[in-house]
Design a protein around this ligand. Structure first.
Ligand code: ATP
Ligand code: MG
Length: 764
C-alpha cells in the first residue's frame, strides 16, 4: 500500500465555487480535516453537502489519494450520487475511493482477509430465505419445537446480537432468556459454525467478522489504520453498535473521523440503531470538534417552523436552532377529507395543479407511513394518466402477496387460468412436490386440458401417491366450494374467505420477518380496493388494465415512497397523507416501545416535513375502510402539534357539520381553530356543531360507503336510495342532514353523503 502522499497544492484563497459558496460554519467543517469532528445539525443544513465538499477538499488539497479515504453513506444510491458529484467538483478521477454503505465496505474488507476468520474469499452472502432454512434445520436437529419458536423469531434475536457486535462467546449470560426453549445461545453457536462450514455469511456477519478480524489481528487493523487517513460518515444517527465499534476501531489510526448526523432524524431504532452513538462521540474522541450548522437551505420558513414546532414535542433530544433566509413561503396545507378515496383525489388534483404551474413531476413526492397506503394513490395517478414510480419496493399490484392473492381470485373466477393455478397450488405449502406437479402438467399436455381439469382427473383415477392425491383433492374441493360461494357472497367477503380458508393469511401471520405485517396490511388493502368495484369480474379487469398502464410509464414521474426511504432526499412539493391516529403514529411502534416509539414516530414526521423545499401538504381522512368495514378515523396527534401560525387548515365541505369549519377558521373567523379529538369522535373544530356519530354501522350495512357530497343538493321530495335502509323520500333538508321517510325502515335522519338519487341507484 502506498503510504507516500501526493504533493500538496496550495488552494487559492476563496477556492472553487463549491467551497466559496459554503457558509462559515460549513466551511469550518470542511476545512477542519485533522482530528475528530462531529457535525450535529438539523435537516437541510447541508450536512451531506459538507461531507461531500470535505471529501473533495481532501482530494483537491492532496492530503490523500482516493484509496486512502473511507466514506460511508446510508444507501448505495447515496454513494453513487456522492461519487458523481465529487467527480464533477474536482474534475478528477475518484477511482479507488472506499465509498459505500457499511455493508458494502465491510464485505470488501472481509474478502481481502477471509482466511483469517476461517472463510474463503469467495464466500456467499445469504439472503433471508437461506437464513431461515438454516435456522429451521438447527431447530429440528436440536428437537426444538419450531411451531412454538418460529425460525424467524429465533433468527431475529440472533440478528439483534449481531447488531450489537456480539459473537456467541460475548453474549452476556442470562440474555438468551427462554427463546428456543432456552437454547438460543446454542442455536446461535451452531448457526455460526454452520455458516462457516458452507463458506457463507449473513448481512450481520459482514460487520461482525470485520470486528473479529480487527480485534484478533492487530497487524490487519494497523494496515487499515495506515491506509485510511480520512473517514467520513453520513446519517450517523442511524448507526448500530456494531457499526459504531467498527468505526471506532478504524478511526484509532489517524483519528481523522468526521461524522454528520441529526439526532432528530434517528428513525431506525427498530433495526438496532443507537442514538447514543452521537451522544458518546465527544467522550470517545477527546478533543473532538462539534460543529453545529443552523442555517437551513432547503425549506421555506413555514415548512421549517412547522417541522421545528413538531419535533420540539420530543423530550429526548439534544435540541438545536434552525433558521432560514428563505421567505415564509406557503403555509403547510393541512386538509381533512371524507375518506381515503377523497384524499387520493385531492392529492391527484393538487399534483395536476402543480403540473399546470410548470412544476416537473420529478420534484413531487408522496410519502406514506405504511406501504399499503400507496395503493389508493397509484390508482388515482393511473386514472389521471400521471406517471409515477414507487421507490424502495414494487407497485402495489406487483407485490408478491398481492399477486398471490390475485392468483387465488383468478383461479376461483376462471378455472382454466393455469398461470394462477401454478402460482398457488402449493402456496402455502400443501405437500405437493415437484413430482406431483409434473404429473399434473404431463396429463394436462396429453389431454390438452387445463391444469385444474388434469388435476381433477388425476385425483379421480388415483394415479398419484396417496398423500399428494389427498392434498390435491382437498385443494380442488376448496376451489369448488369457493366457486359456489362466489355465486352468492359479495366478492369482498369471498376474498376474505379464500385468503383465510386457504391458509394464505395464516402463512403471513406466522411469519416473523419484518416485512410480514406490511404484507398483511397490503392484503387488507386489497379487499378495500375490491370494494370499489361491483363484482369480481370488474375488479380483475381493472387490475389487468392497471398493470398494463404501469408498463407504459417513463420520463418525468411522481415519486411514491415510505417516509423511511425518503431520508436524506428533497423535493419541491411533498404530500404527507394519512396523518391519522391508528396509522401515524403507527400503532405497532406505540405497542412495542411506548413513549420511545412515539418519539421515533414523531422524528419520522419531522423527516417527512423536512423533505419539502417549497410546499408540504398534510392530509387525513375522517373515514377509512379496513377490509370492507368503515371506521371513523381521527386526525393524528401530530396534526394538532403543528404550530398554528405555520399551517393553513381546510377540510372538505360537509366534513364538520353544517359550516362549522368555515366559521371557525379563515379570514375574520372568530374562534381559534383547534382540532379536537377523543374516543372515536370524528374530527371537528372545537365550538362547531358535531356531526352525527361516526359511520361505524352494524351488520351488513358496514359495507355502505359514504359518497362524495352531491353536486346538486337534495331537496324535499327527492327519491333516494340508502345502502342499509333502501329507498325513501326526502322530507326535510337541514344543511347536509336529510330527513328521509324510508319505504321499509321508516323515518330516519341521514347525512347526505350516505344516500344517492334513486335513478342513480338503478331503480325506483
Ligand atoms: P438531511 O438532514 O435531510 O440529510 P442535510 O443536512 O444533509 O439534510 P443537504 O442535503 O446537504 O442537507 O442540503 C440541503 C439542501 O441545501 C441541498 O439542496 C443543498 O444543496 C443546499 N445547501 C446546503 N448548503 C448550502 C449553501 N451553503 N448554499 C446553498 N445551498 C446549500
Ligand atoms: Mg443529508
Amino acid at each position: 500500500m502506498d503510504e507516500s502522499l501526493p504533493t500538496a497544492a496550495a488552494p487559492s484563497f476563496a477556492g472553487p465555487p463549491w467551497l466559496a459558496d459554503l457558509n462559515p460554519a460549513q466551511r469550518a467543517a470542511v476545512e477542519a480535516v485533522d482530528g475528530p469532528v462531529l457535525v450535529l445539525a438539523g435537516a437541510g443544513t447541508g450536512k451531506t453537502r459538507v461531507l461531500t465538499a470535505r471529501l473533495a477538499y481532501i482530494l483537491m488539497t492532496r492530503r490523500a489519494w482516493p484509496s486512502q479515504i473511507l466514506a460511508v453513506t446510508f444507501t448505495n444510491k447515496a454513494a453513487r450520487e456522492m461519487r458523481e458529484r465529487i467527480g464533477r467538483m474536482i474534475g478528477d478521477a475518484v477511482e479507488g475511493l472506499w465509498l459505500g454503505t457499511f455493508h458494502s465496505i465491510a464485505a470488501r474488507i472481509l474478502r481481502r482477509h477471509a482466511e483469517l476468520v476461517d472463510l474463503k474469499p469467495n464466500f456467499t452472502i445469504l439472503d433471508t430465505d437461506d437464513q431461515i432454512r438454516l435456522v429451521k434445520q438447527i431447530l429440528q436437529a436440536e428437537n426444538i419445537d419450531d411451531k412454538r419458536w418460529p425460525p424467524r423469531v429465533v433468527l431475529g434475536a440472533m440478528e439483534r446480537w449481531k447488531d450489537r457486535g456480539l459473537v456467541p462467546d460475548k453474549v452476556p449470560p442470562g440474555e438468551a432468556g427462554d427463546l428456543a426453549a432456552g437454547k438460543l445461545l446454542l442455536v446461535y453457536r451452531q448457526y455460526q459454525d454452520r455458516l462457516r462450514t458452507v463458506n457463507a455469511v449473513d448481512f450481520g456477519d459482514l460487520l461482525l467478522h470485520n470486528l473479529t478480524l480487527f480485534q484478533t489481528r492487530p497487524e490487519v487493523l494497523e494496515e487499515y489504520h495506515r491506509r485510511f487517513r480520512y473517514l467520513l460518515v453520513d446519517e450517523y444517527q442511524d448507526t448500530n453498535v456494531a457499526q459504531y465499534l467498527w468505526l471506532r476501531l478504524l478511526a484509532q489510526g489517524h483519528r481523522n473521523l468526521c461524522c454528520v448526523g441529526d439526532d432528530d432524524q434517528s428513525i431506525y431504532g427498530w433495526r438496532g440503531a443507537e442514538i447514543g452513538n452521537i451522544l458518546r462521540f465527544e467522550a470517545d474522541f477527546p478533543g473532538a470538534q462539534v460543529i453545529r450548522l443552523e442555517q437551513n437551505y432547503r425549506s421555506t420558513a413555514s415548512i421549517l417552523a412547522a417541522a421545528s414546532g413538531l419535533i420540539a414535542k420530543n423530550a429526548g433530544r439534544l435540541g438545536k436552532t434552525l433558521w432560514t433566509e428563505a421567505d415564509g413561503g406557503e403555509r403547510v396545507r393541512i386538509h381533512g377529507l371524507w375518506d381515503g378515496e377523497a384524499e387520493a383525489r385531492w392529492v391527484g388534483d393538487e399534483i395536476e395543479a402543480r403540473q399546470r404551474a410548470g412544476e416537473p413531476l420529478s420534484s413531487v413526492a408522496i410519502l406514506v407511513r405504511a406501504g399499503f397506503q400507496t395503493r389508493e394513490f397509484e390508482e388515482r395517478l393511473l386514472t389521471l394518466g400521471v406517471p409515477y414510480r414507487v421507490v424502495g419496493g414494487p407497485r402495489f399490484y406487483e407485490r408478491q402477496e398481492i399477486r398471490d392473492a390475485l392468483a387465488y381470485l383468478r383461479l376461483v373466477h376462471q378455472p382454466d387460468d393455469d398461470l394462477a393455478f401454478e402460482r398457488i397450488v402449493n402456496l402455502p405449502r400443501r405437500g405437493l412436490g415437484d413430482v406431483a406437479l409434473r404429473l399434473v402438467h404431463q396429463r394436462a399436455r396429453a389431454e390438452g386440458a387445463s391444469l385444474t381439469a388434469a388435476a381433477a382427473g388425476l385425483v379421480a383415477d388415483g394415479e398419484m401417491k396417496p398423500a399428494a392425491r389427498k392434498a390435491l383433492g382437498l385443494f380442488l374441493d376448496d376451489l369448488d366450494r369457493w366457486r359456489r360461494k362466489a355465486a352468492t357472497e359479495p366478492h369482498t367477503e369471498l376474498a376474505r374467505t379464500v385468503l383465510d380458508e386457504s391458509g394464505y393469511t395464516r402463512m403471513w401471520q406466522a411469519d416473523r420477518s419484518p416485512e410480514a405485517p406490511g404484507r398483511l396490511e397490503n392484503l387488507k388493502e386489497l379487499v378495500v380496493a375490491m370494494a370499489e368495484f361491483e363484482n369480481l369480474t370488474g375488479f380483475l379487469e381493472h387490475v389487468s388494465l392497471v398493470m398494463e398502464n404501469a408498463e407504459a410509464a417513463g420520463g418525468e414521474m411522481v415519486t411514491l415512497m415510505t417516509l423511511h426511504a425518503a431520508k436524506g432526499l428533497e423535493f419541491d412539493t411533498v404530500f404527507l397523507p394519512g396523518w391519522e391516529e391508528g396509522l401515524f403514529p403507527h400503532p405497532r411502534a406505540l405497542e412495542e416501545k411506548g413513549s420511545a416509539g412515539l418519539e421515533e414516530e414523531r422524528r419520522l414526521a419531522y423527516v417527512g416535513l423536512t423533505r419539502a423545499r417549497r410546499r408540504a401538504f398534510v392530509s387525513f381522512a375522517a373515514n377509512r375502510r379496513v377490509y370492507n368495514q368503515w371506521t371513523a378515523a381521527i386526525p393524528s396527534r401530530f396534526v394538532d402539534e403543528l404550530p398554528k401560525d405555520a399551517v393553513e387548515m381546510s377540510a372538505d365541505q360537509g366534513l364538520y357539520g353544517s359550516g362549522g369549519f368555515q366559521t371557525g377558521f379563515g379570514p375574520g373567523g372568530a374562534a381559534e381553530p383547534r382540532w379536537s379529538y377523543g374516543s372515536g369522535e370524528a374530527p371537528r373544530l372545537a365550538g362547531s356543531p358535531a356531526r352525527p356519530p361516526p359511520m361505524v354501522l352494524e351488520g351488513k350495512a358496514r359495507t355502505v360507503p359514504p359518497r362524495p357530497a352531491p353536486k346538486v343538493p337534495f331537496q324535499r321530495g327527492d327519491r333516494v336510495f340508502h345502502g342499509k335502509f333502501g329507498y325513501g323520500d326526502v322530507t326535510a333538508v337541514d344543511g347536509d342532514k336529510l330527513s328521509i321517510r324510508f319505504d321499509k325502515a321508516g323515518e330516519k335522519s341521514v347525512i347526505h353523503n350516505f344516500v344517492q338519487r334513486a335513478e342513480d341507484a338503478g331503480a325506483a
